[in-house]
Design a protein around this ligand. Structure first.
Ligand SMILES: CC(C)(COP(=O)(O)OP(=O)(O)OC[C@H]1O[C@@H](n2cnc3c(N)ncnc32)[C@H](O)[C@@H]1OP(=O)(O)O)[C@@H](O)C(=O)NCCC(=O)NCCS
Length: 194
């Protein structure tokens, strides 16, 4: 891992707390990154509600998904910490029907040991920029579970606004789950035709 710079900031209670920020290189994902991506996603599926998948896909399936997105012109990025994949992010179609073609849905996953080190924000900011360069006009976050504070706050920090929640549409780990919708315009957004 690349050691990040230690910095101080104020907590909500006024006391200074230290936090390690990671220095990462954001770059396009390659086939060589898929085993690490698969491991990060495996943990998220097995232990969290960010994904509504119940069984973690294997590396072959993750290769297929990566290939399909890149071939279709969507950005797929990793955060590279001195040769280690600290996290990944991609944009994919928001919905399949063709009138949705200028809108994307984002996904961001960071290795659990590296949460709150700035990796997710670095990935999401770059993903927004890459999607804008490709001419997409809206990015939508479909966040699993209303209690998903890290994801909701990450998206808020990256310029997304809360649209609403669809209640009780998932069932995982023995409980009903909402999806929280957040959205941000890309480039000129809806101010001009595509
Ligand atoms: C959501 C996730 C990607 C965030 O990544 P991260 O690298 O931990 O986030 P960052 O360190 O870049 O945080 C950026 C900002 O998000 C917000 N944030 C992140 N985690 C937070 C938390 N636990 N509580 C409150 N705010 C949080 C803060 O505003 C933070 O900025 P700050 O640290 O300067 O206050 C990560 O928690 C994760 O992988 N979770 C599991 C999968 C998931 O939920 N993915 C989202 C699917 S769309």
């Amino acid at each position: 891992m690349v050691p990040g710079a230690l910095f101080l900031r104020d907590s909500p209670h006024g006391a200074a707390v230290s936090r390690q920020r990671m220095s990462v290189l954001i770059r396009a994902a390659t086939a060589a990154d898929i085993p690490a991506i698969t491991a990060i996603y495996d943990h998220a599926v097995s232990h969290g509600t960010a994904s509504f998948e119940l069984d973690p896909p294997d590396a072959a399936e993750m290769v297929r998904r990566h290939h399909a997105l890149v071939e279709a012109g969507y950005p797929y990025l990793v955060a590279d910490a001195d040769g280690t994949v600290a996290g990944y992010a991609y944009a994919g179609p928001y919905r399949a029907r063709p009138a949705y073609r200028f809108s994307v849905e984002d996904s961001v996953y960071v290795a659990p040991a590296l949460h709150r080190c700035g990796v997710g924000r670095a990935l999401l900011d770059r993903l927004v920029a890459e999607a804008e360069q490709r001419g997409f006009r809206q990015m939508v976050a479909v966040i699993g579970d209303s209690a998903q504070t890290p994801s909701i706050e990450l998206h808020r920090a990256a310029g997304f606004r809360l649209i609403g929640a669809i209640e009780h549409v998932g069932f995982k780990f023995g409980r009903w789950l909402d999806t929280v919708l957040m959205q941000r315009p890309l480039g000129p957004g809806a101010s001009t035709p595509p």
